[in-house]
Design a protein around this ligand. Sequence first.
Ligand code: IPE
Ligand code: IPE
Ligand code: MG
Length: 229
Amino acid sequence: MRSDVKSKPGHIGIIMDGNGRWATKRLLPRVAGHRAGVKNITPVVSCALEYGVGCVTLFAFSTENKERPKDEVDSLIDLIRKRLKPMTRELIERGARVMFSGAREYFPSDVQGIMADVENENTDPNAQIVNIAINYSGRSEIIRACKIAAEKGDISANGIERELYTYGIPDPDMIIRTGGEKRLSNFLLYQAAYSELFFTDTLWPDFGESELSAMFEEYATRSRRFGRV
Ligand code: IPE
Ligand code: IPE
Ligand code: MG
């Protein structure tokens, strides 16, 4: 789904990268970086919602991240277990609706229960959306959508888009990646076709309002042509 060309982005995706390096620089264990990263979510997302963004998609945990050492994966799952509700409370209080993209069946049932609780806190279809991508893989999302579309006998763009996790949400206008790498790492591969990409060397726990505002300003100056002249 193509969003209208406007000076303000309707949907932004954030690849929150650099937690491990943030911790390593401070001689701390990587999990300390993930904790600092989680703390940074509410202020940055609040700032985006205040700016008027309709949806913020956060890349929190990729399918491939499961290949990290078991203690890191376990501590990431434990952070979701312990911090998801407190982290989203303020966002929900300011009117946002939280949803998730990804293969949630991988998570232990108590974590899936927490995810469902958070989603059910606000089901207003007109609310601003905070979409958390966990155990998410863009390729898997496309394959899954194609399979369901085939079962339903509608392998059209509409038929496939209807089965994406983000169905109903305009494609991301901006994708921001912190942490210095310049790649998508399997994030929103279908939806990112015409997204404006923003990269910063700032590590996710240090990324804040001033840099986000500067990106919004730059976004307003970019010329989006969608293949036209
Ligand atoms: C991003 O930070 C968070 C997750 C992938 C869960 P990293 O953990 O990838 O941090 P770096 O890239 O190693 O610094
Ligand atoms: C992307 O970061 C995933 C998240 C931020 C959740 P990675 O650290 O996993 O990406 P690569 O391995 O550098 O491509
Ligand atoms: Mg990384």
